[in-house]
Design a protein around this ligand. Structure first.
Ligand SMILES: *[C@@H]1O[C@H](CO)[C@@H](O)[C@H](O)[C@H]1NC(C)=O
Length: 272
């Protein structure tokens, strides 16, 4: 009986190997605020899942500077939800060029590099086998010397009441500007489930940009609440620490978690 319980626990923990944590969500929210993507591009960001884009197998961590050539082909996008949040049904995926920090998008909006309606999540990956491709993925092409552009990949829930606006209901070739928020509102898209971004810069930056600071995950609410009374995060040295929120760390943590669970199950069998 005990072994059955522990075996279930092992399975549960193994399953959670792909689940995002609350800390992952807070880290990405903090990144979006620090990079001023919120509120300049999107007014608010309260994700329930973590989105990762891998280009030819190499995952782009949040805000990572990517080589323009490397991000030319369409990425494989994976999505992991926190615990039981559902990732079933239809979604809309988009990528826009949020340009450099401090850009005022004006009435024309942002360049649309990718827009597909009706994608689904299959085994944790975005699948477009039954999607309606409006704008096929077009890799970043920032003007030389125009600074580090932020490319934001967004995944919206797409309810059955979704209705594409007339000008974006059929394929549109090439990269064009559009008003992202107006599109989301007018078409009846649902929540912004997950998003991530990377940067691409071509040539030398000749603009002078506002400085954004790094995200210190140890200062986020979840890190502090799970640290307990003995956790000390008051050292000034941590202020210059790089953001330790990269997915590889999660993968290692998940493997350790799974190993512990399997050892626990094995131990319980040995005790019987
Ligand atoms: C998803 O979209 C397809 C058409 O693209 C539709 O047939 C199906 O009912 C939709 N599913 C949901 C859950 O809305």
């Amino acid at each position: 009986m005990i072994s059955v319980t522990l075996f279930s626990l092992a399975l549960l923990l193994a399953r959670s190997a792909n689940a995002a944590t609350q800390l992952d969500l807070e880290a990405i929210q903090a990144h979006f605020t620090q990079a001023l993507i919120v509120p300049a591009l999107i007014p608010t960001f309260d994700p329930t899942a973590v989105l990762s884009a891998a280009f030819s197998g190499a995952e782009a961590s949040t805000g990572q500077h990517m080589d323009q050539k490397a991000v030319g082909p369409k990425p494989v996008v994976t999505v992991s939800s926190v615990q039981d949040s559902s990732l079933s049904g239809n979604f809309t995926i988009a990528m826009v060029d949020a340009d450099v920090v401090g850009t005022d998008y004006g009435a024309d909006g942002v360049n649309r590099h990718w827009l597909e309606n009706g994608v689904t999540i299959s085994d944790g990956s975005v699948s477009d086998t039954s999607a309606n491709v409006i704008t096929a993925y077009a890799g970043p092409g920032p003007a030389s010397g125009s600074g580090p552009h932020r490319y934001v990949i967004l995944l919206y829930a797409q309810p059955s009441t979704f209705s594409a606006p007339a000008d974006l209901s059929a394929p549109v070739d090439g990269v064009h500007k559009f008003d992202l928020n107006a599109y989301v509102k007018d078409s009846g898209l649902g929540a912004l489930v997950a998003a991530n971004y990377f940067t691409v810069e071509v040539g030398t930056d000749s603009t002078s940009l506002p400085v954004t600071s790094a995200v210190i995950t140890s200062t986020l609410a979840s890190a502090q609440s799970s640290a307990g009374p003995s956790g000390s995060h008051s050292g000034s040295a941590s202020a210059s620490a790089p953001a330790p929120s990269n997915p590889p760390n999660n993968a290692v943590a998940a493997k350790i978690e799974m190993t512990v669970a399997i050892l626990a199950a094995g131990l319980s069998l040995a005790l019987l």
